[in-house]
Design a protein around this ligand. Structure first.
Ligand code: NAD
Length: 269
């Protein structure tokens, strides 16, 4: 039995993870953590998630909660993810994190921690987005003789509460495309090119973001050449796709040595 601590337990993803645990009989919720000011402190995590009583009270005491767990699953905000990562190293716990919007220094902390514990980090835990990555690499292979001719654009739509833009998934897809096409992502991905004046630079990878209502998440990548274009779209209809993927990653990483893994490792491992 894998004993899980979920951070952000009363957030959109935290509640969906708790609901999705029904499909993972070998996993059990033992601790649920949120921020100190939350209205859900001391409430039952299952009931807060709209499910049956879980027998686990939501707490703000991460350090204490971690003593009861085998693994931490984290969908929160970057500062909490960093603190949780450091705690995982201290306690020797593996970590699954889906938090997006980490800056370079925060990302560095995770990379360093992965030298001492096993971490799965993915901006999108849905299998469909992994399939999209596979297709991007295949398209690059099919155009290996002239990859510079492919014009790449990435579009994403999310709910209006989302903090970061472009989404972590959009940036990840852009990175996958850049790597596959032999382009330097940092040089070729002007994240605000919609606001820039003038023609799109050769080999630039463009991003467009929409924040609208309660949209769960949509990502589209377009490959254009003169005279035609191909669009690949992934739509998440509910957060269950992410939650099931994250729990699958938790089961997988609980058996791994230290290292920084992604959904590609989980899906192919
Ligand atoms: P949310 O705002 O609904 O939930 C955030 C949770 O973090 C809440 O429980 C909140 O109380 C907690 N939190 C915030 N500040 C805290 C603090 N200082 N201390 C302790 N807890 C704190 O957000 P969400 O929609 O659940 O998304 C969370 C993160 O997961 C975001 O970064 C989002 O982009 C990402 N996300 C990733 C995937 C994926 O598949 N990787 C899917 C959906 C969302």
């Amino acid at each position: 039995m894998l004993k899980l601590l979920i951070t952000g337990a009363d957030g959109r993803m935290g509640k969906t993870l708790i609901a999705a645990l029904n499909d993972f009989p070998d996993c059990r919720l033992v601790a649920a953590v949120t921020e100190a000011g939350s209205a859900h402190l001391e409430q039952d995590a299952g009931l807060v998630a709209g499910c049956a009583e879980a027998g686990v009270s939501i707490t703000a005491d991460l350090d204490r909660a971690a003593k009861t767990a085998d693994i931490i699953v984290d969908f929160t905000v970057p500062e909490v993810t960093v603190r949780t990562t450091e705690l995982c190293v201290q306690q020797g716990l593996p970590l699954v994190t889906g938090t997006t919007g980490l800056n370079k220094a925060q990302q560095k902390t995770l990379a360093k921690a992965a030298g001492q514990t096993a971490i799965v980090q993915a901006p999108n835990f849905s299998p469909g987005v992994y399939w999209m990555e596979v297709l991007i690499r295949q398209i690059a292979t099919l155009n290996a003789d002239a990859p510079e001719l492919l014009d790449v654009e990435i579009f994403e739509v999310h709910h209006r509460q989302k903090i970061d833009a472009p989404s972590g998934t959009a940036l990840h897809l852009g990175q996958v495309a850049a790597d596959a096409l032999g382009r330097d992502f940092d040089k070729n991905a002007p994240l605000n090119h919609q606001a820039a004046q003038g023609a799109k630079a050769k080999e630039a990878i463009g991003f467009a973001c929409t924040r609208s209502g309660d949209a769960v998440g949509e990502h589209k990548i377009t490959f254009a050449v003169p005279g035609e274009s191909l669009h690949i779209t992934h739509q998440a209809f509910s957060r269950h796709a992410f939650a099931r993927g994250a729990l699958q990653a938790a089961v997988w990483v609980s058996r791994q040595k230290s290292g920084l893994y992604g959904m590609r490792d989980v899906m192919t491992g």
